[in-house]
Ligand binder design. Structure first.
Ligand code: ATP
Ligand code: MG
Length: 322
């Protein structure tokens, strides 16, 4: 039995906006074992980034963690004070952000920004030690040393994304979250960076999460996959289980939309409808309005997450079918 590095229990996170409450994450539980990567997949607005920001405690002020517990690397994340959190964030765990391409200042050289980020956590390092570490990091993400002297706008999207990965690895974290780390890139660069991430996480013995709306990206990088829909976990299994025998009708739709699994690429929009309005309380299965196998019962009951066939699924019909 491996150590549990991340344990998310019954997590619900809401946003308050214009007197409405947006239920972005509802009752989500899952664990990540040491050395594993778990993918979080789901369409836009399903709560993936909110989940990630809650884990590293970087939520905007209108967000409320309404229930749950998160244990990360032995820390009770939700009850730590901000001062203690600042000591461990970026050092023990870090994240490559979804919109990270805009994260660096356009008016300072990349090298100076990386050096500043390093000094902030390691004030005792000498200039030489910092430069050595930066050069080592650049080699790890396949970038030439000259990028240290460049301004962000002088770098390609792929180079910038590699810089963001280097930045996340700066202080030797044990746990890392990649949130749509390759989404904005062309297919070839995306493929290269996925390969680089694969070898990095192996050589550095990292544990973490890979977040993407693209099941293909997540399945390349992850041992297990959590499928989210409208803030809820609908299925959680090994990558093989999810790809070979998806149980939840939503996961089945995602798998069908993978080019490799269908002769002709079918889009999930083939399932009529959109995500439900997250500001309305839900007393039914969130996926029922789009579900091809929903019955009357599904519109009356919120399915709980059950262990079925070696994985976790929240679907009344799947439970009945097996
Ligand atoms: N700061 C905020 N204030 C209010 N609502 C928010 C805020 N951030 C996100 N939301 C809402 O919370 C829900 C979940 O958003 P989130 O960004 O977590 O989804 P996501 O799965 O990461 O989507 P994407 O794939 O587009 O990145 C959405 O309805 C979104 O509009
Ligand atoms: Mg997101």
């Amino acid at each position: 039995m491996k150590n549990i590095v991340l344990d998310v229990q019954d997590l619900s996170v809401h946003y308050r906006i214009n007197k409405k409450v947006i239920r972005a994450v509802e009752d989500v539980s899952f664990k990540v074992e040491e050395g594993d990567f778990v993918g979080i997949v789901g369409e836009s607005g399903s709560g993936k980034s909110t989940l990630a920001h809650t884990i590293i405690r970087l939520l905007p002020t209108n967000a409320m963690v309404v229930s749950g517990r998160i244990e990360l690397l032995g820390y009770d994340v939700l009850s730590l004070g901000e001062e203690d959190m600042r000591k461990i964030r970026w050092k023990e765990f870090s994240m490559v952000f979804q919109k990270s391409l805009n994260a660096l200042s356009p008016v300072h050289k990349v090298g100076n920004q990386l050096a500043d980020a390093m000094k902030a956590h390691n004030p005792n390092l000498t200039e030489e030690e910092i430069i050595d570490r930066l050069k080592q990091l650049l080699r790890m993400v396949n970038l030439p040393e000259r990028v240290l002297k460049a301004y962000p706008h002088q770098l390609s999207g792929g180079m910038m994304q590699r810089i963001m990965i280097a930045l996340a690895l700066l202080n030797h974290p044990k746990f890392i979250i990649f949130d749509e780390a390759t989404t904005a890139l062309d297919v070839v660069t995306q493929g290269q960076i996925i390969e680089e991430i694969k070898s990095l996480v192996k050589s550095l013995s990292l544990t973490g999460l890979v977040i993407s709306h693209d099941l293909g990206v997540v399945s390349e990088l992850c041992d297990e996959i959590v499928v989210m829909y409208a803030g809820r976990l609908v299925e959680h299994g090994t990558t093989e289980q999810i790809l070979q025998q998806p149980l939840h009708p939503y996961t089945q739709g995602l798998v069908r939309s993978l080019p490799d699994f269908a002769q002709e690429k079918k889009k999930l929009s083939g399932i009529p409808g959109n995500l439900p309005d997250l500001s309305q309380p839900v007393h039914q299965c969130v996926f029922a309005p789009r579900c091809p196998i929903a019955t009357e019962e599904c519109f009356k009951t919120v399915p709980s997450t059950e262990e079925i066939d070696g994985r976790r699924v929240a679907c009344l019909k799947v439970g009945a079918r097996i």
